[in-house]
Design a protein around this ligand. Structure first.
Ligand SMILES: *Cc1c(COP(=O)(O)O)cnc(C)c1O
Length: 432
Protein backbone atom coordinates (compact mmCIF):
# COMPACT_ATOMS: atom_id res chain seq x y z
CA UNK A 1 0.00 0.00 0.00
CA UNK A 2 2.76 2.38 0.95
CA UNK A 3 4.78 1.70 -2.17
CA UNK A 4 1.69 2.16 -4.28
CA UNK A 5 1.10 5.52 -2.67
CA UNK A 6 4.67 6.62 -3.31
CA UNK A 7 4.44 5.58 -6.90
CA UNK A 8 1.27 7.56 -7.45
CA UNK A 9 2.67 10.59 -5.71
CA UNK A 10 5.73 10.76 -7.89
CA UNK A 11 3.87 9.94 -11.05
CA UNK A 12 3.03 13.48 -12.22
CA UNK A 13 6.68 14.56 -12.38
CA UNK A 14 7.65 11.51 -14.34
CA UNK A 15 4.66 11.62 -16.65
CA UNK A 16 4.38 15.24 -17.53
CA UNK A 17 8.01 15.88 -18.07
CA UNK A 18 9.35 12.73 -19.63
CA UNK A 19 6.28 12.33 -21.80
CA UNK A 20 7.25 15.30 -23.89
CA UNK A 21 10.51 15.62 -25.75
CA UNK A 22 14.05 15.76 -24.52
CA UNK A 23 14.30 19.54 -24.64
CA UNK A 24 11.46 19.76 -22.19
CA UNK A 25 13.01 17.30 -19.78
CA UNK A 26 16.05 19.59 -19.69
CA UNK A 27 13.96 22.59 -18.75
CA UNK A 28 11.71 20.74 -16.34
CA UNK A 29 11.38 22.13 -12.85
CA UNK A 30 10.08 19.41 -10.58
CA UNK A 31 9.17 21.90 -7.85
CA UNK A 32 6.27 22.85 -10.11
CA UNK A 33 4.42 19.60 -9.72
CA UNK A 34 1.16 20.01 -7.87
CA UNK A 35 -0.79 17.04 -6.61
CA UNK A 36 -4.44 17.49 -7.37
CA UNK A 37 -7.22 15.93 -5.39
CA UNK A 38 -10.28 17.05 -7.30
CA UNK A 39 -11.48 18.87 -10.37
CA UNK A 40 -14.77 20.45 -11.28
CA UNK A 41 -15.49 22.65 -14.28
CA UNK A 42 -12.67 25.13 -14.82
CA UNK A 43 -11.14 24.43 -11.40
CA UNK A 44 -8.71 22.05 -9.78
CA UNK A 45 -8.10 21.68 -6.04
CA UNK A 46 -4.72 20.52 -4.80
CA UNK A 47 -4.21 18.12 -1.91
CA UNK A 48 -4.01 21.10 0.47
CA UNK A 49 -7.42 22.34 -0.64
CA UNK A 50 -6.17 25.30 -2.70
CA UNK A 51 -8.22 26.12 -5.77
CA UNK A 52 -6.71 26.85 -9.20
CA UNK A 53 -8.23 28.03 -12.46
CA UNK A 54 -6.91 25.35 -14.78
CA UNK A 55 -5.52 26.07 -18.27
CA UNK A 56 -3.87 22.66 -18.71
CA UNK A 57 -7.08 20.64 -18.97
CA UNK A 58 -5.30 17.33 -18.48
CA UNK A 59 -3.05 18.41 -21.42
CA UNK A 60 -6.02 18.78 -23.71
CA UNK A 61 -8.83 16.28 -23.10
CA UNK A 62 -10.86 18.37 -20.63
CA UNK A 63 -12.60 20.51 -23.25
CA UNK A 64 -15.84 20.42 -21.22
CA UNK A 65 -14.05 21.11 -17.95
CA UNK A 66 -13.43 18.61 -15.18
CA UNK A 67 -16.00 16.06 -14.01
CA UNK A 68 -18.49 17.13 -16.68
CA UNK A 69 -21.81 15.78 -15.36
CA UNK A 70 -23.10 13.95 -18.48
CA UNK A 71 -19.69 12.43 -19.15
CA UNK A 72 -19.32 11.15 -15.59
CA UNK A 73 -22.84 9.75 -15.70
CA UNK A 74 -22.15 7.98 -19.01
CA UNK A 75 -19.02 6.41 -17.50
CA UNK A 76 -20.91 5.24 -14.42
CA UNK A 77 -23.65 3.69 -16.48
CA UNK A 78 -21.21 1.95 -18.83
CA UNK A 79 -19.15 0.65 -15.91
CA UNK A 80 -22.22 -0.96 -14.36
CA UNK A 81 -22.66 -3.01 -17.54
CA UNK A 82 -19.11 -4.37 -17.50
CA UNK A 83 -15.65 -2.89 -17.85
CA UNK A 84 -14.38 -4.75 -20.89
CA UNK A 85 -15.50 -7.61 -23.11
CA UNK A 86 -12.71 -8.01 -25.65
CA UNK A 87 -15.40 -8.01 -28.32
CA UNK A 88 -17.11 -5.26 -30.34
CA UNK A 89 -19.82 -3.14 -28.75
CA UNK A 90 -22.50 -0.97 -30.31
CA UNK A 91 -21.07 2.11 -28.61
CA UNK A 92 -17.77 1.49 -30.37
CA UNK A 93 -19.55 1.53 -33.75
CA UNK A 94 -21.38 4.71 -32.78
CA UNK A 95 -18.07 6.29 -31.85
CA UNK A 96 -16.50 5.30 -35.18
CA UNK A 97 -19.52 6.58 -37.10
CA UNK A 98 -19.48 9.86 -35.19
CA UNK A 99 -15.79 10.42 -35.93
CA UNK A 100 -16.28 9.66 -39.65
CA UNK A 101 -19.26 11.98 -39.85
CA UNK A 102 -17.50 14.85 -38.10
CA UNK A 103 -14.24 14.47 -40.04
CA UNK A 104 -15.02 13.77 -43.68
CA UNK A 105 -11.46 12.62 -44.50
CA UNK A 106 -12.08 9.56 -42.29
CA UNK A 107 -13.58 6.84 -44.47
CA UNK A 108 -12.65 4.13 -42.01
CA UNK A 109 -11.44 4.41 -38.44
CA UNK A 110 -9.89 2.13 -35.81
CA UNK A 111 -10.07 2.83 -32.10
CA UNK A 112 -7.03 2.37 -29.87
CA UNK A 113 -6.29 3.46 -26.31
CA UNK A 114 -3.86 6.37 -26.67
CA UNK A 115 -2.46 8.94 -29.04
CA UNK A 116 0.85 7.09 -29.04
CA UNK A 117 -0.78 3.92 -30.33
CA UNK A 118 -2.57 5.88 -33.02
CA UNK A 119 0.57 7.56 -34.37
CA UNK A 120 2.69 4.39 -34.08
CA UNK A 121 0.17 2.48 -36.13
CA UNK A 122 -0.30 5.29 -38.64
CA UNK A 123 3.43 5.13 -39.39
CA UNK A 124 3.38 1.35 -39.76
CA UNK A 125 0.40 1.69 -42.04
CA UNK A 126 2.06 4.38 -44.19
CA UNK A 127 5.09 2.13 -44.56
CA UNK A 128 2.98 -0.96 -45.22
CA UNK A 129 0.88 0.84 -47.80
CA UNK A 130 3.76 2.41 -49.74
CA UNK A 131 6.42 -0.26 -49.17
CA UNK A 132 8.85 2.57 -48.35
CA UNK A 133 10.95 2.95 -45.18
CA UNK A 134 11.37 6.66 -44.37
CA UNK A 135 9.19 9.00 -42.33
CA UNK A 136 9.42 12.79 -42.26
CA UNK A 137 8.57 14.62 -39.05
CA UNK A 138 9.15 18.19 -37.88
CA UNK A 139 11.36 19.43 -35.10
CA UNK A 140 9.38 20.34 -31.96
CA UNK A 141 6.32 18.34 -32.96
CA UNK A 142 5.45 15.59 -30.48
CA UNK A 143 3.70 12.45 -31.62
CA UNK A 144 3.78 10.22 -28.56
CA UNK A 145 6.59 7.90 -27.58
CA UNK A 146 6.86 5.39 -30.39
CA UNK A 147 10.54 4.65 -31.13
CA UNK A 148 10.41 6.08 -34.67
CA UNK A 149 9.13 9.37 -33.28
CA UNK A 150 11.57 9.90 -30.41
CA UNK A 151 13.96 11.38 -32.90
CA UNK A 152 15.61 14.76 -33.25
CA UNK A 153 17.30 16.39 -36.20
CA UNK A 154 20.77 15.29 -37.22
CA UNK A 155 23.49 17.87 -37.86
CA UNK A 156 22.23 18.89 -41.31
CA UNK A 157 18.72 19.26 -42.65
CA UNK A 158 18.78 15.98 -44.55
CA UNK A 159 21.02 13.88 -42.36
CA UNK A 160 19.49 10.92 -40.60
CA UNK A 161 17.60 11.59 -37.37
CA UNK A 162 19.20 10.96 -33.98
CA UNK A 163 17.48 9.24 -31.04
CA UNK A 164 16.05 11.79 -28.58
CA UNK A 165 15.64 9.15 -25.88
CA UNK A 166 17.93 6.51 -24.45
CA UNK A 167 16.81 3.09 -25.58
CA UNK A 168 16.02 4.06 -29.16
CA UNK A 169 18.59 2.46 -31.50
CA UNK A 170 20.23 4.62 -34.16
CA UNK A 171 19.02 2.09 -36.74
CA UNK A 172 15.41 3.01 -35.92
CA UNK A 173 15.97 6.76 -35.51
CA UNK A 174 17.78 6.80 -38.86
CA UNK A 175 14.56 5.87 -40.63
CA UNK A 176 13.04 9.23 -39.59
CA UNK A 177 14.06 12.59 -41.03
CA UNK A 178 13.44 15.61 -38.86
CA UNK A 179 12.86 18.86 -40.75
CA UNK A 180 11.92 22.41 -39.69
CA UNK A 181 8.25 23.16 -39.14
CA UNK A 182 6.86 25.64 -41.66
CA UNK A 183 9.81 25.10 -44.04
CA UNK A 184 8.30 23.69 -47.21
CA UNK A 185 11.54 24.03 -49.19
CA UNK A 186 13.22 21.47 -46.93
CA UNK A 187 10.40 19.00 -47.52
CA UNK A 188 10.56 19.55 -51.26
CA UNK A 189 14.33 18.98 -51.17
CA UNK A 190 13.90 15.74 -49.19
CA UNK A 191 11.49 14.42 -51.80
CA UNK A 192 13.70 15.53 -54.68
CA UNK A 193 16.70 13.71 -53.26
CA UNK A 194 14.81 10.60 -52.15
CA UNK A 195 11.69 10.38 -54.33
CA UNK A 196 11.03 6.68 -53.71
CA UNK A 197 11.98 6.36 -50.05
CA UNK A 198 9.54 8.50 -48.09
CA UNK A 199 6.50 6.56 -46.89
CA UNK A 200 4.83 9.52 -45.28
CA UNK A 201 4.92 12.82 -43.47
CA UNK A 202 3.53 13.16 -39.96
CA UNK A 203 2.74 16.68 -38.81
CA UNK A 204 0.78 18.50 -36.12
CA UNK A 205 -1.37 20.74 -38.37
CA UNK A 206 -1.15 23.31 -35.59
CA UNK A 207 1.88 22.52 -33.46
CA UNK A 208 0.93 22.37 -29.79
CA UNK A 209 3.89 20.63 -28.22
CA UNK A 210 6.44 23.43 -28.62
CA UNK A 211 4.05 26.04 -27.28
CA UNK A 212 1.50 26.90 -30.00
CA UNK A 213 2.95 27.36 -33.48
CA UNK A 214 0.52 28.11 -36.28
CA UNK A 215 1.14 26.72 -39.75
CA UNK A 216 2.31 29.38 -42.19
CA UNK A 217 -0.13 30.11 -44.95
CA UNK A 218 0.33 27.44 -47.62
CA UNK A 219 2.42 25.06 -45.45
CA UNK A 220 -0.23 22.36 -45.00
CA UNK A 221 -1.43 22.60 -48.62
CA UNK A 222 2.20 22.43 -49.73
CA UNK A 223 2.66 19.18 -47.78
CA UNK A 224 -0.52 17.87 -49.40
CA UNK A 225 0.76 18.71 -52.90
CA UNK A 226 4.19 17.15 -52.30
CA UNK A 227 2.68 13.94 -50.90
CA UNK A 228 0.39 13.71 -53.94
CA UNK A 229 3.26 14.29 -56.32
CA UNK A 230 5.54 11.67 -54.76
CA UNK A 231 2.92 9.13 -53.66
CA UNK A 232 3.59 9.54 -49.94
CA UNK A 233 0.99 9.36 -47.16
CA UNK A 234 0.13 12.64 -45.42
CA UNK A 235 -0.65 12.04 -41.74
CA UNK A 236 -2.19 14.83 -39.69
CA UNK A 237 -1.57 14.14 -36.03
CA UNK A 238 -4.70 15.70 -34.59
CA UNK A 239 -4.36 14.05 -31.18
CA UNK A 240 -4.24 17.54 -29.71
CA UNK A 241 -5.99 19.66 -32.34
CA UNK A 242 -8.83 17.26 -33.13
CA UNK A 243 -12.09 18.77 -31.81
CA UNK A 244 -10.05 21.35 -29.93
CA UNK A 245 -9.89 24.03 -32.62
CA UNK A 246 -12.94 23.32 -34.70
CA UNK A 247 -15.68 20.70 -35.05
CA UNK A 248 -13.92 19.31 -38.16
CA UNK A 249 -10.44 19.50 -36.67
CA UNK A 250 -7.50 21.53 -37.95
CA UNK A 251 -8.11 19.89 -41.33
CA UNK A 252 -11.57 21.48 -41.42
CA UNK A 253 -10.28 24.83 -40.19
CA UNK A 254 -7.52 25.03 -42.84
CA UNK A 255 -9.33 23.12 -45.58
CA UNK A 256 -6.59 20.56 -46.22
CA UNK A 257 -7.39 16.83 -46.29
CA UNK A 258 -4.79 14.40 -44.98
CA UNK A 259 -4.67 10.73 -46.03
CA UNK A 260 -4.60 9.57 -42.41
CA UNK A 261 -5.56 11.31 -39.17
CA UNK A 262 -4.63 10.37 -35.64
CA UNK A 263 -6.86 11.33 -32.71
CA UNK A 264 -6.80 11.12 -28.92
CA UNK A 265 -7.26 13.50 -25.98
CA UNK A 266 -10.67 15.18 -26.57
CA UNK A 267 -12.22 12.07 -28.17
CA UNK A 268 -11.80 10.22 -24.87
CA UNK A 269 -13.16 13.03 -22.72
CA UNK A 270 -10.57 12.22 -20.03
CA UNK A 271 -10.56 8.46 -20.53
CA UNK A 272 -8.04 6.52 -22.63
CA UNK A 273 -9.27 6.59 -26.23
CA UNK A 274 -7.22 7.10 -29.36
CA UNK A 275 -8.11 6.54 -33.00
CA UNK A 276 -6.64 6.61 -36.45
CA UNK A 277 -8.45 6.65 -39.73
CA UNK A 278 -8.54 7.99 -43.25
CA UNK A 279 -8.62 6.86 -46.84
CA UNK A 280 -10.37 3.54 -47.31
CA UNK A 281 -7.70 2.10 -49.66
CA UNK A 282 -5.05 2.76 -47.03
CA UNK A 283 -7.12 1.65 -44.02
CA UNK A 284 -7.95 -1.63 -45.75
CA UNK A 285 -4.30 -2.59 -45.37
CA UNK A 286 -4.87 -2.92 -41.61
CA UNK A 287 -5.43 -6.45 -40.24
CA UNK A 288 -7.70 -8.36 -40.50
CA UNK A 289 -8.50 -6.93 -43.96
CA UNK A 290 -4.85 -6.36 -44.82
CA UNK A 291 -1.31 -7.37 -43.86
CA UNK A 292 -0.44 -4.48 -41.45
CA UNK A 293 -0.81 -5.77 -37.91
CA UNK A 294 -2.54 -3.85 -35.14
CA UNK A 295 -4.57 -4.99 -32.15
CA UNK A 296 -5.28 -3.98 -28.56
CA UNK A 297 -6.86 -5.84 -25.66
CA UNK A 298 -8.65 -2.74 -24.39
CA UNK A 299 -9.23 -0.94 -27.72
CA UNK A 300 -12.73 0.47 -27.90
CA UNK A 301 -13.14 -0.16 -24.20
CA UNK A 302 -16.82 0.44 -23.38
CA UNK A 303 -16.25 2.71 -20.37
CA UNK A 304 -13.71 4.87 -22.21
CA UNK A 305 -15.90 5.00 -25.30
CA UNK A 306 -18.87 6.11 -23.18
CA UNK A 307 -16.86 9.11 -21.97
CA UNK A 308 -15.77 9.85 -25.52
CA UNK A 309 -19.29 9.68 -26.92
CA UNK A 310 -20.70 11.94 -24.21
CA UNK A 311 -17.94 14.46 -24.97
CA UNK A 312 -18.43 14.29 -28.74
CA UNK A 313 -22.13 14.83 -28.20
CA UNK A 314 -21.60 17.95 -26.09
CA UNK A 315 -19.16 19.59 -28.51
CA UNK A 316 -21.73 19.38 -31.32
CA UNK A 317 -24.00 21.86 -29.53
CA UNK A 318 -24.71 24.91 -31.71
CA UNK A 319 -22.10 27.67 -31.32
CA UNK A 320 -19.88 25.49 -29.11
CA UNK A 321 -16.67 26.43 -30.95
CA UNK A 322 -17.72 30.03 -31.50
CA UNK A 323 -18.08 30.48 -27.74
CA UNK A 324 -14.95 28.53 -26.89
CA UNK A 325 -12.89 30.51 -29.42
CA UNK A 326 -14.30 33.82 -28.22
CA UNK A 327 -13.48 33.00 -24.58
CA UNK A 328 -9.96 31.92 -25.51
CA UNK A 329 -9.43 35.04 -27.62
CA UNK A 330 -10.59 37.22 -24.72
CA UNK A 331 -7.93 35.59 -22.53
CA UNK A 332 -5.03 36.17 -24.94
CA UNK A 333 -6.18 39.73 -25.75
CA UNK A 334 -6.40 40.56 -22.06
CA UNK A 335 -2.96 39.11 -21.35
CA UNK A 336 -1.43 40.95 -24.32
CA UNK A 337 -3.00 44.26 -23.25
CA UNK A 338 -1.69 43.85 -19.70
CA UNK A 339 1.80 43.06 -20.97
CA UNK A 340 1.75 46.06 -23.31
CA UNK A 341 0.64 48.32 -20.45
CA UNK A 342 3.65 47.25 -18.40
CA UNK A 343 6.11 47.26 -21.30
CA UNK A 344 6.86 43.53 -21.13
CA UNK A 345 8.01 41.87 -24.36
CA UNK A 346 5.13 39.47 -24.73
CA UNK A 347 2.77 38.12 -27.35
CA UNK A 348 -0.08 35.63 -27.40
CA UNK A 349 -2.40 34.00 -29.89
CA UNK A 350 -5.28 31.55 -29.88
CA UNK A 351 -6.80 29.13 -32.33
CA UNK A 352 -10.14 27.73 -31.22
CA UNK A 353 -9.81 26.57 -27.60
CA UNK A 354 -6.02 26.45 -27.70
CA UNK A 355 -3.62 29.30 -26.96
CA UNK A 356 0.04 30.20 -26.80
CA UNK A 357 1.71 32.82 -24.62
CA UNK A 358 5.25 33.87 -25.48
CA UNK A 359 7.78 36.10 -23.81
CA UNK A 360 8.78 37.33 -27.25
CA UNK A 361 7.63 40.38 -29.22
CA UNK A 362 5.83 38.31 -31.86
CA UNK A 363 4.49 34.74 -31.87
CA UNK A 364 7.24 32.33 -32.99
CA UNK A 365 6.76 30.23 -36.10
CA UNK A 366 9.44 27.58 -35.69
CA UNK A 367 11.15 25.47 -33.04
CA UNK A 368 14.21 27.73 -33.23
CA UNK A 369 12.20 30.90 -32.64
CA UNK A 370 10.25 29.44 -29.71
CA UNK A 371 13.56 28.32 -28.18
CA UNK A 372 14.74 31.93 -28.45
CA UNK A 373 11.85 33.27 -26.34
CA UNK A 374 12.60 34.48 -22.80
CA UNK A 375 12.33 31.37 -20.61
CA UNK A 376 13.39 33.22 -17.49
CA UNK A 377 10.48 35.68 -17.78
CA UNK A 378 8.14 32.79 -18.45
CA UNK A 379 9.31 30.98 -15.33
CA UNK A 380 8.82 34.00 -13.11
CA UNK A 381 5.40 34.66 -14.60
CA UNK A 382 4.39 31.02 -14.23
CA UNK A 383 5.27 30.89 -10.53
CA UNK A 384 3.47 34.17 -9.74
CA UNK A 385 0.36 32.90 -11.49
CA UNK A 386 0.55 29.52 -9.76
CA UNK A 387 0.96 31.14 -6.35
CA UNK A 388 -2.15 33.24 -7.08
CA UNK A 389 -4.22 30.20 -8.06
CA UNK A 390 -3.85 30.19 -11.85
CA UNK A 391 -2.53 26.95 -13.30
CA UNK A 392 -0.81 27.39 -16.67
CA UNK A 393 1.28 24.63 -18.23
CA UNK A 394 4.59 24.59 -16.34
CA UNK A 395 6.81 25.15 -19.36
CA UNK A 396 7.34 27.79 -22.04
CA UNK A 397 7.02 24.96 -24.56
CA UNK A 398 3.43 23.92 -23.97
CA UNK A 399 0.20 25.23 -25.44
CA UNK A 400 -2.66 26.18 -23.09
CA UNK A 401 -6.30 25.15 -23.16
CA UNK A 402 -9.55 26.86 -22.29
CA UNK A 403 -12.63 24.72 -21.64
CA UNK A 404 -16.32 25.35 -22.14
CA UNK A 405 -16.58 25.56 -18.34
CA UNK A 406 -14.35 28.66 -18.13
CA UNK A 407 -16.65 31.62 -17.49
CA UNK A 408 -16.08 35.23 -18.47
CA UNK A 409 -15.45 35.86 -14.76
CA UNK A 410 -12.70 33.18 -14.72
CA UNK A 411 -11.02 34.79 -17.72
CA UNK A 412 -11.27 38.25 -16.16
CA UNK A 413 -9.88 36.99 -12.85
CA UNK A 414 -6.97 35.43 -14.71
CA UNK A 415 -6.22 38.66 -16.57
CA UNK A 416 -6.38 40.58 -13.29
CA UNK A 417 -3.80 38.31 -11.67
CA UNK A 418 -1.63 38.43 -14.80
CA UNK A 419 -1.76 42.21 -14.78
CA UNK A 420 -0.15 42.23 -11.33
CA UNK A 421 2.35 39.52 -12.22
CA UNK A 422 3.43 41.39 -15.37
CA UNK A 423 3.70 44.67 -13.48
CA UNK A 424 6.04 42.99 -10.99
CA UNK A 425 8.01 41.41 -13.79
CA UNK A 426 8.51 44.73 -15.51
CA UNK A 427 9.62 46.42 -12.24
CA UNK A 428 12.11 43.59 -11.63
CA UNK A 429 13.49 43.93 -15.14
CA UNK A 430 13.96 47.69 -14.64
CA UNK A 431 15.93 47.23 -11.43
CA UNK A 432 18.18 44.45 -12.73
C1 LIG B 1 -0.53 14.01 -26.61
C2 LIG B 1 -0.12 13.80 -28.01
C3 LIG B 1 0.23 12.53 -28.50
C4 LIG B 1 0.35 11.33 -27.60
O1 LIG B 1 -0.86 10.96 -27.06
P1 LIG B 1 -0.86 10.03 -25.72
O2 LIG B 1 -2.31 9.74 -25.52
O3 LIG B 1 -0.20 10.82 -24.66
O4 LIG B 1 -0.09 8.81 -26.08
C5 LIG B 1 0.50 12.39 -29.84
N1 LIG B 1 0.45 13.45 -30.66
C6 LIG B 1 0.13 14.69 -30.24
C7 LIG B 1 0.05 15.81 -31.22
C8 LIG B 1 -0.15 14.91 -28.90
O5 LIG B 1 -0.43 16.15 -28.48
Amino acid sequence: MLSLLCLRRSAPCILHESQRGAFRARTADHSRARFFARGEGAYLWDVDGRRYIDYVGSWGPAILGHAHAETVQAVQEAARDGLSFGAPTEAEIEMAETLCRLMPSLEMVRLVSSGTEATMTALRLARGFTGRPKIVKFEGCYHGHGDSLLVKAGSGALTFGQPSSAGVPQSIAGETWVLSYNDLDQVAAAFREHPDEIAGIIVEPVAGNMNLIAPRSGFLQGLRDLCDRYGAVLIFDEVMTGFRLHLRGAQGLYGVQPDLTTLGKVIGGGMPVGAFGGRRDIMEKIAPLGPVYQAGTLSGNPVAVAAGLATLKAIQAPQFYAHLSERTRALVEGLSAAAAKHGVAFSAQSIGGMFGIYFAATPPDSFASVMASNKDSFNRFFHRMLDAGIYFAPSAFEAGFVSAAHSTADIEATIGVADQALAQLSRQDLTR
